[in-house]
Design a protein around this ligand. Sequence first.
Ligand SMILES: Cc1cc2nc3c(=O)[nH]c(=O)nc-3n(C[C@H](O)[C@H](O)[C@H](O)COP(=O)(O)OP(=O)(O)OC[C@H]3O[C@@H](n4cnc5c(N)ncnc54)[C@H](O)[C@@H]3O)c2cc1C
Ligand code: SF4
Length: 482
Amino acid sequence: MRMNAKQYEESLRKLNLNVYMFGEKIENVVDNPIIRPSMNAVAATYEFSLMPEYEDLLTATSHLTGKTINRFCHIHQNTEDLVKKTKMGRLMGSLTGCCFQRCVGMDAINALSMTTYDIDAKYDTQYYERFNKYLGYVQENDLTCDGAMTDPKGDRSLPPHKQSDPDMFMHMVDQTPDGIIVRGAKAHQTGAVNSHEIIVMPTISMREQDADYAISFALPSDADGITYIMGRQSCDARKLESGQLDRGNRIYGGHEALVVFDNVFVPWDRVFMCREYEFAGQLVEQFASYHRQSYACKAGVGDVLIGAAQVAAEYNGAQKASHIKDKIIEMNHLNETLFCGSVACAALGHKEPSGTYLVDTLLANVCKQNVTRFPYEIARLAQDIAGGLMVTLPSEADLRSKEVGPLVEKYLKGNADVPTEDRMKILRLIENLTLGTAAVGYLTESMHGAGSPQAQRIMIARQTNMEAKKKVAKKLCGIDPE
Ligand SMILES: Cc1cc2nc3c(=O)[nH]c(=O)nc-3n(C[C@H](O)[C@H](O)[C@H](O)COP(=O)(O)OP(=O)(O)OC[C@H]3O[C@@H](n4cnc5c(N)ncnc54)[C@H](O)[C@@H]3O)c2cc1C
Ligand code: SF4
C-alpha cells in the first residue's frame, strides 16, 4: 500500500520513539515545531509520488511483486532506474529546498541486496532470502528507512577492537538461538525520528579481530533500547518563534540525530551480516557509491538558491549588471556540473551478480568530490549577490512593530515596486540555505556526508586505470612502441 502524506504522518504517530532534545524527552515528535518541517519534507516524498506529473520519477515497479511502489523502496533493475533516481533527487531538492532524508534508506537496501547475495555465494548462508523478505515488508508498507552507517569512531587512528571504549563502533555483545544483542551508536543520522525502520551497516572495512563489529541488521525505529538525541542546527530556535518570515523556508527542513543502541535484541530474520568481516568493506563502498550519486539532491537545492539569488538581484535593482549576470551563469554552470556527475555514474551503471544495478563507482566518487566544493562556491556567489543585509536584517517582529516597523519598511526598501517584506523574505531564504538550518544539508553535509573528501580521493586513486594511461603515453611518444 502506497501512503499519502497524511497516512505517513499518522503512521509516525503510532511509533513509540525514545527521543531527547534540549535535555528533555519529546513525547509528541510529529508536532514538535523544530522537528515538524523535517517531517513535512519526508511527507513530500509520499505526496508527490501520487501526483501524475511526478509519478514517473517517484514510483517504480517492484522486482519482487510487480506492484507499483515508491521509488525510495525500489531496487534498481537497470540504468534507466538509476538515472530516474538521480532525477528524482534533483526534483525533490528543487521542490523542498532541503534534505528530504529518504535516500539513505534507499541506498542501504540497494547495497544490502548485493552484499547479502555475495555473502551467500561464498558461505552458503541465507541472508539474501532473509533480506528479500524484509524488503517485501518495506515495499508493501511504503516505509521510510534510516540508513545507519556512521559510528562515533572514537580515536580515528585505531581499529574497532583497539578503541579504549569498545562501544565506539557498533558491535555484537551476545548471540542467542533467537538472534543477536548489539551495543553502540550511530552518529549524524539523517531523518532518524521520521523513519519507521533503522538499517544498520558497518562503517569501515574490517579485519578478523573486528569480526564482532562486522554486523548489519534492521530494526523498527521504536525497538526497545534505542534512544535518539536530536542534533542542533544553526538558527533552529527560530522555528519556536511566532512569526514565519525569519525561518527562511517556511515549510520544509531536515534533521539529524545521535542514535544509541543499549543492548538491543535483533531477531535472526532481521540480521543481514554477522561476522563475515571480509564483506564489511564491500558493503561500505557500495552504499557510499550509491549515496554519492544521491547527492543530485544538492543540484536541486542549488536550483532554489540560484533562483533566490536572481530574485534578490532583481529586488536590489542590480540584475542588469554584467558581473551579476556572469555570477548567475557561473552558479548554473557549477550546479549543472554537479548534476552531470550524478547522471553520468547512473548512465554508466552495471548489473551485479544479484541482478541489482550499481552506479559506476569511479564517477560516483568524482561526483561527490565536486559536491564537497561547488555548493560552497555557489553559496559564496549567492551571498555576494544578496548583499550584507542578508546577515544584518532586523527581525520580523521589528517589521511588525508599530514603533520601528515603518522605519524598517522605509529604509530596507530596494526596488520601489517590491514590498520590503518580500525583499526580507528572499534574503532570509538565502540566509537559511547558506548559514541557517538548511546549510547543514547544503554545505556541511556536502563536505562530510557519504564520506569526507579524502574518502573519495582514495577511491579515485584506487579506481583510476593508471597503467592504461601510462601505456598509451609511452606508445605515442615511442618509449614503448609495442
Ligand atoms: C549533515 C550530515 C548528515 C549525515 N547523515 C548520515 C546518515 O544519515 N547516515 C550515516 O550513516 N551517516 C551520516 N552522516 C555521516 C557522514 O557519513 C560522516 O560525517 C562522514 O563519514 C565523516 O565522518 P565524521 O563526521 O566522523 O568525520 P571524521 O571521520 O572525524 O573526519 C574529520 C576529518 O578527519 C579525517 N580523518 C578521519 N579519520 C581519519 C583517518 N583514520 N586517517 C586520516 N584522516 C582521517 C577525515 O578525512 C576528515 O578530514 C552525515 C553527516 C552529516 C554532516
Ligand atoms: S542529503 Fe540529499 S541524498 Fe542525503 S538524505 Fe538528504 S536529500 Fe537524500
